[in-house]
Design a protein around this ligand. Structure first.
Ligand code: C2E
Ligand code: MG
Ligand code: MG
Ligand code: MG
Length: 281
């Protein structure tokens, strides 16, 4: 078929491939340097309880000064980090900054736990898990104030090493949240094996609530499963009041989304939380 289309077409595809491959390599090299120079930072997005208070928050990595001085979104550079092994130092960097934020919260007598995103591949590496436990131990932060967000791609892997990593982190006191729930390879039997504390309803099911009948049904089902398994539920991507009202009315524990709060650089988020607390006292 390529021949029929003429060589021009083939050359076009090759050029496209070449551009993509080059962009990947360029990103990988720049990311390697950014990690070495500690140039990645974290943003924090609050999660709200029914009474409107900030009950927890999610940490999101930021690369503000990428190639050509432009920011690169995690949607683009996380896959590059995963493919190149850079995901390990990247995650330790994010974890380290999160632990510092937890210490600053503790110093201000604020007990807001933080969630950090972990790629599935990390759970294959026992040495990486050692590193995580060591870092948390050194920080003297209570591991119970840290939640790890995993995704359903972890379900694809039923190997002993993955289960062992989860068991060890869980035994150490870290909690687990299942991110983007419903988009992947849901196998409800694994909900128990993963020692989960929390499910996060993916944004695509929150979209068009309460108008969309399918999404209404899916969200109600997730909330009902979670209730029976005694899991806390966070809705992601809450962008308007009608969505928030529907979710709250059906017993969703926590709401996260642009309606309530946009991810904010960690230091300014911390200042905001501390200021709010001082005003209350
Ligand atoms: P996620 O973990 O599902 O994070 C939620 C994403 O949704 C974030 O995008 C957040 O900014 C965005 N978001 C929050 N509220 C709303 C809303 O109301 N509407 C819309 N449209 N979006 C909302 P972000 O920061 O670009 O991160 C994208 C993804 O990159 C994350 O999805 C996560 O899978 C990954 N990621 C981010 N930080 C890390 C990290 O430190 N490690 C790893 N492994 N992955 C990360
Ligand atoms: Mg997440
Ligand atoms: Mg998510
Ligand atoms: Mg998501």
């Amino acid at each position: 078929r390529a021949r029929e289309a003429g060589t021009g077409q083939v050359e076009f595809y090759q050029a496209e491939l070449g551009i993509n491959a080059r962009r990947q390599l360029e990103l990988e090299e720049a990311l390697r340097h950014a990690i070495l120079r500690d140039e990645l930072s974290i943003a924090v997005q609050s999660q709200f309880c029914g009474d409107g208070t900030v009950c927890s928050a999610e940490v999101l990595v930021r690369w503000l000064n990428g190639p050509e001085g432009k920011p690169v979104s995690p949607g683009e550079f996380i896959p590059v980090a995963e493919a190149s092994g850079l995901i390990k130092p990247l995650t330790l960097l994010v974890l380290n900054q999160s632990l510092q934020a937890l210490k600053q919260l503790e110093a201000a007598n604020l007990s807001i736990p933080l969630s950090v995103n972990f790629s599935s591949a990390l759970f294959h590496d026992a040495a990486f898990v050692d590193g995580v436990i060591e870092l948390i131990g050194e920080s003297q932060v209570d591991p119970g104030r840290l939640m790890i967000e995993i995704t359903e791609s972890l379900f694809l892997d039923t190997s002993d090493e993955v289960q062992e990593s989860i068991d060890r982190l869980s035994f150490f006191g870290i909690k687990f949240s299942l991110d983007d729930f419903g988009t992947g390879y849901s196998n409800l039997a694994y909900l128990k094996k993963l020692h989960l504390s929390e499910l996060k309803i993916d944004r695509r099911f929150v979209e068009n609530l309460p108008g969309d009948e399918d999404n209404r049904t899916i969200v109600r089902s997730i909330l009902s499963i979670a209730r029976q398994l005694k899991l806390r539920v966070v809705a992601e991507g809450v962008e308007d009041v009608a969505q928030a009202d529907f979710l709250a009315a059906h017993g969703c524990d926590l709401l996260q989304g642009f309606l309530l709060h946009k991810p904010e650089p960690a230091q300014s988020w911390l200042q905001g939380q501390i200021t709010k607390k001082m005003k209350k006292v």
